[in-house]
Design a protein around this ligand. Structure first.
Ligand code: UD1
Length: 342
């Protein structure tokens, strides 16, 4: 097995996927401009993989720089494309940043892949494309709802661009992976999420509260039509998610005809924000300071996915529990604290 380009490979999901690719015998080559990640992740990866992966510090909207990467690396088997901005609120404030980067990097990457006759791609999409689904768990064939942030719109557009490309040229084999809510960290605590500034997402914020770095968590809404009034999401361990990319790549490589196939990556189980709080309290062994606050603009009340298609076609299933993910997130947070002290 040969080289796989991992754009956004220094990031949260990208770094965990690099580990799983290497474990499966691939050689991950990271392409990342480190705008939202740190070169220090390479130290963690070196320990987990057994050697330091190559990182090309390149902005994926820069077609010429990407071309140089493909030329330097020689034969490439396929690409896993993570590089993107992902803060929903920021995308509402600065939509052009999201369209320029998320759409621009995908188009530039596809042009370069075409030029180098590399036509196997795994694309990071999101359950955000579903908005608030009519039926739960949501399946891949659910209609798109339009209540999307600019961030979500870039994922819808990315999927559309890839469908159009595959329709125009049967040489492409593309897998679209719609992630539910990735959380946790590598169980070794060698790599994990490194949010810059104040985390937007629930689990990194909550583990910082548990570590005493922030005063309290605000629960965004407790009057939703859900069992305990707080929002429900499908939290999936990032290592399960990373392993799905390896299966998706192998499946795509084995396809002999034009392919553009979409898969949900979730557990099939919804958990409320209050359940996550209780879960983290169980893991840390102490109460998590929190306040019941108002709803956050743009949140959907409840979403969890039907992962059966990924099970049947890719042979993939999430195997780690919410408790496993919270325990690993907490271990990672403690490792970060030790590193800061050291
Ligand atoms: C969002 C996006 C998702 C994107 C992800 C990564 C939507 C529907 N989902 O997920 O596509 O990939 O961000 O950035 O746009 N919460 C609190 N207090 C906090 C933080 C969060 O109560 O301090 C709650 C939220 O209201 C939500 C849940 O925790 O109910 C999860 O929030 P978050 O981790 O931000 O993820 P999503 O908004 O589900």
């Amino acid at each position: 097995m040969g080289k796989v380009i991992v754009t956004g490979g220094a990031g949260y999901i990208g770094s965990h996927t690099a580990v799983e690719l290497a474990a499966a015998g691939h050689v991950p080559v990271l392409v990342d401009d480190l705008r939202n990640s740190e070169a220090a992740v390479l130290d963690g990866l070196a320990k987990l993989i057994g050697r330091r992966p190559v990182l090309h510090r390149v902005d994926c909207t820069d077609r010429h720089a990407l071309d140089a990467v493909f030329r330097a690396e020689g034969p490439v088997d396929g690409v896993v494309h993570f590089a993107a901005d992902k803060a929903v609120g920021e995308s509402v404030q600065d939509p052009l940043k999201y369209y320029a980067n998320n759409v621009g990097s995908l188009v530039a990457l596809l042009q370069v892949m075409r030029d180098h006759a590399v036509r196997t791609l795994v694309f990071s999409s999101s359950c955000t494309v579903y908005g608030q689904p009519d039926r739960l768990p949501v399946g891949e064939d659910a209609p798109d709802h339009n209540a999307l942030s600019p961030y979500g719109a870039t994922k819808v557009m990315g999927e559309r661009i890839l469908r159009d490309l595959v329709a125009s040229d049967p040489g492409w084999r593309v897998v679209l992976l719609r992630y539910f809510n990735p959380i946790g960290a590598h169980p070794s605590a060698g790599i994990g999420e490194l949010p810059l500034g104040v985390p937007n997402n629930l689990v990194p914020f909550a583990t910082q509260v548990a570590a005493g770095l922030r005063d309290r968590l605000v629960i965004h809404g407790t009057d939703y039509p859900t069992p305990d009034g707080s929002c429900v999401r499908d939290y999936i361990h990032v290592v399960d998610l990373a392993q799905a990319h390896v299966k998706a790549l192998a499946w795509a490589e084995a396809r002999t005809e034009a392919t553009c196939e979409v898969f949900n990556l979730g557990t099939g189980r919804g958990s409320s924000v209050l359940e996550v709080v209780r879960g983290l309290e169980a893991v840390t062994g102490r109460p998590l300071p929190h306040l019941l606050g108002p709803r956050r603009a743009g949140d959907v009340p409840e979403v969890f996915g039907d992962p059966r298609k990924a099970g049947a076609v890719l042979g993939w299933k999430a195997s780690r529990t919410l408790h496993d993910a919270l325990a690993d997130a907490w271990r990672w947070q403690q490792t970060l604290a030790d590193r800061d002290r050291g």
